[in-house]
Design a protein around this ligand. Structure first.
Ligand SMILES: [Zn+2]
Length: 68
């Protein structure tokens, strides 16, 4: 029996995008029709702007630097 899942797009501020399987959590550089890890059939994707958090973190670092 095949099961179904979808890709969660992980967009990073500095690193290339990744696609995370919603079923097993494995991450890959590109979307595929079937997850190579758990074999789930992929239907659609969702966008997770995780880079916003990373950019905010970078602001904190740059804010620290600007004190000197
Ligand atoms: Zn999977």
């Amino acid at each position: 029996m095949s099961h179904y899942a979808h890709w969660i797009q992980r967009t990073h501020f500095l690193d290339p995008d990744e696609y995370e399987c919603s079923a097993c959590g494995s991450r890959f550089a590109r979307k595929r029709a079937v997850c190579p890890e758990c074999g789930a059939e992929m239907h659609g994707s969702e966008y997770d702007p995780s880079w916003v958090d990373e950019a905010a973190f970078l602001d904190i670092i740059l804010g620290e630097d600007s004190k000197f």
